[in-house]
Design a protein around this ligand. Structure first.
Ligand SMILES: Cc1ncc(COP(=O)(O)O)c(C=O)c1O
Length: 411
């Protein structure tokens, strides 16, 4: 094992090991929090109790659902630095983008700028919006190690008189880095261009994520780093035309204005939203969010170093890929040549490795190079990363056709 100090397993205030606070399968190694999150047992129990109340007395529960969603929104919005009156719950980041795209009217020949590090599904939504109006989508190219200043310059160069909208990630998915969204959005605003900030990964990883992001609209997932039940995200805006935003489901609050009209969505299970404050409070009470971010960064740094060490004998470039603006919890480790060269291959590798080794991973692909995207949360321990080194690296090396694969052992 290299010299990097791996933090000792974290504990709750009760002394319980952090990993025991999550109901994750102990027979599986979990190194991919970022894709789908993980919900602590206490939050699962809280959501179950809410569902039980709904089942015990549906007529008590459902007619009062808007009030309950509003209370949850009042509790959750400050966590991302937003006012409750500017925030609405939506099921996920994709839904938030759809709501914003649905509100926009473009003209033939208009242009939307995205980046080549953007999240595919959100970019596809921008393409569909463009097709509806005979507009087009252009990707600003952002090399892996591009500095924040150069990112802003590239946007400045890419803006044209036909640009109407920028869609940009606060934290990129394939490369797990921060982008200077506020600077981009301010530049865009000077030229009359609006900005949608995709902060899917930002809540929990960036303090006051919505407040610092800038832009006309921001959205972020609560079911990723804040550990809320899946199907919980916020869309935040104080744009003058926000009454053009409509929830995905037309319901009884359709005559209300933003944000109230989003609190009623027909008869749905809103417990994902209602249990979100419990998830935010759980991490705050047990670890403190500021301390949690520091701890995640220490775990991610030590884990990435340990994994990179395992690949180093087989790589002609350093597999550890330090990014210009890293986030607390995710790191990139470059795969041996040829592996994960496309998104499809990277996704296949993720599922094959899970089936073959029992390790949950995320692989990303950027510009023809595959990376292991380590995603550590407070429950990630040294033994998890060692399991990756012992079980996954030999399998990965074999796939890359590197023969001495079985030699990888953690010492
Ligand atoms: C940058 C980014 N945007 C959007 C999404 C979509 O999130 P969801 O599947 O919750 O809609 C993700 C998911 O990982 C993401 O990383």
């Amino acid at each position: 094992m290299p010299d990097t100090l791996f933090p000792a397993p974290l504990t709750l205030t009760s002394g319980l090991r952090a990993r025991d606070a999550w109901p994750l399968d102990p027979d599986v190694i979990h190194l991919n929090h970022g894709s789908f999150g993980a919900v602590p047992s206490a939050v699962v129990a809280h959501q179950d109790a809410l569902r039980r109340r709904a089942d015990l007395s549906p007529v008590e529960w459902f007619p009062r659902i808007a009030e309950r969603v509003r209370e949850a929104r009042e509790h959750t919005a400050p966590f991302v630095g937003a006012r409750a009156d500017d925030a609405v719950f939506v099921p996920n980041a994709s839904a938030a983008a759809t709501v914003v795209y649905n509100s926009l009217r473009l003209e033939h020949g208009d242009e939307i700028l995205v980046t080549d590090q953007g999240y595919g599904a959100i970019t596809m939504g921008a393409q569909r919006l463009a097709r509806r109006f005979g507009a087009s989508v252009r990707a600003v190219e952002l090399p892996l190690l591009v500095s924040d200043d150069e990112v802003v310059e590239r946007f400045a160069d890419a803006l044209t008189p036909r640009t109407r909208l920028i869609v940009v990630d606060q934290i990129t998915s394939p490369t797990a880095r921060l982008l200077p969204t506020r600077r981009i959005a301010d530049l865009a605003a000077e030229r009359g261009v609006r900005t949608l900030v995709d902060g899917a990964h930002a809540p929990g990883l960036i303090a006051d994520a919505a407040a610092v992001a800038g832009g006309d609209w921001w959205f972020g997932n609560l079911h990723k780093w804040p550990c809320a039940p899946r199907g919980s995200a916020l869309l935040v805006t104080n744009a003058a035309d926000r009454d053009e935003l409509w929830p995905l489901i037309d319901s009884w609050a359709a005559n209300e204005t933003y944000p109230d009209r989003f609190d009623t969505q027909g008869t749905i299970d809103a417990t994902t939203y209602l249990a979100t404050p419990a998830a935010i409070d759980f991490i705050e009470t047990e670890f403190g969010w500021a301390a949690a971010r520091i701890a995640m960064a220490q775990i991610a740094d030590a884990g990435a170093e340990l994994i990179a060490e395992g690949f180093r004998p087989y790589s002609d470039v350093d597999p550890l890929t330090p990014l210009p603006s890293p986030v607390p919890s995710m790191r990139l480790v470059r795969l041996p040549l040829g592996l994960g060269a496309t998104r499809e291959e990277a996704d296949r590798l993720r599922m094959d490795l899970l089936d073959e080794t029992g390790v949950e991973t995320a692989f990303t692909s950027f510009r023809g190079i595959g990376y292991f995207r380590l995603s550590a949360h407070l429950y990630t321990e040294q033994s998890d990363v060692e399991a990756f080194v012992e079980r996954c690296i030999p399998t990965i090396l074999r796939r890359a056709g590197i023969p001495s694969a079985d030699a990888v052992v953690v010492s």
